[in-house]
Ligand binder design. Structure first.
Ligand SMILES: N[C@@H](CCC(=O)N[C@@H](CS)C(=O)NCC(=O)O)C(=O)O
Length: 219
């Protein structure tokens, strides 16, 4: 089987999948389009292929996953496909749905952050972002914590008793997603279940190996 994951040379929307493929020891082509983030996100090679229709299956966008020439679009269906195929969806159908739900909880938090982030007035934005990290995010994490208490069967696992896509999603949110990493950490460190998940993923030997090996990118 040949597997090719296409995205920019960024973590972005492909990294959950890259973590799982690396942890599972799957051989795949990690195809990365160059992108110059510092200069207005220029990506001439991507633009040329987009114009040629290379990404038409995915409405002109990436990531794309190709398995023996068959193409899947959309980052979350790609992540779920890989999670199902390589054992990151829990131990049964209920756990699979719970993993999926926890992955959506994380997305809800990410989506909620877009509101303060997109305020155009600079002073109002600063105030809203301060409130986000001091009040809103701790509230979200408190809710996530209560949910994990009901789905986790082992310390360090969001759902059931094995590493899942939910753990990868929570870890990514805790470590890489927010610009203000210190304020984010101050919030999740107060949530023991979430903290245990973050630490379990961070200390996974294959996660450490991937983070040491992967290209160093700004996002
Ligand atoms: N909902 C899609 C969004 C995909 C998306 O917006 N990809 C961006 C890169 S992060 C893209 O390819 N944009 C096309 C462009 O910039 O022209 C997903 O999660 O995969």
């Amino acid at each position: 089987m040949t597997i090719k994951l296409t995205y920019f040379n960024l973590r972005g929307l492909a990294e959950h999948t890259r973590y799982m493929l690396h942890i599972a020891g799957v051989e795949y082509e990690d195809n990365r389009y160059p992108i110059d983030v510092a200069n207005g996100f220029k990506r001439p090679e991507f633009d040329a292929d987009q114009a040629k229709g290379v990404f038409d299956m995915n409405m002109g966008r990436i990531p794309l996953l190709e398995i023996d020439g068959q193409v899947i679009g959309q980052s979350r269906p790609i992540a779920r496909y890989v999670a199902r195929k390589y054992g990151f969806m829990g131990d049964n159908d209920i756990e699979a749905a719970q993993v999926d739900a926890a992955f959506e909880h994380v997305k809800d938090i990410v989506d909620a952050y877009q509101k303060p982030r997109s305020i155009t007035d600079e002073a109002a934005k600063k105030e809203a972002i301060e409130k986000w990290f001091s009040t809103d995010l701790p509230t979200w994490y408190g809710k996530l914590e209560k949910s994990l208490a009901l789905t986790s069967k082992k310390d360090g696992c969001a759902v059931g008793s094995k590493l899942s896509l939910a753990d990868i999603g929570i870890y990514y949110l805790a470590i890489f997603f927010f610009d203000d990493k210190a304020a984010n950490k101050a919030a999740w460190e107060k949530c023991p279940k979430m903290k245990a998940v973050v630490e379990a993923v961070a200390n996974h030997p294959k996660v450490k190996e991937w983070e040491a090996k992967r290209p160093d990118t700004v996002m």
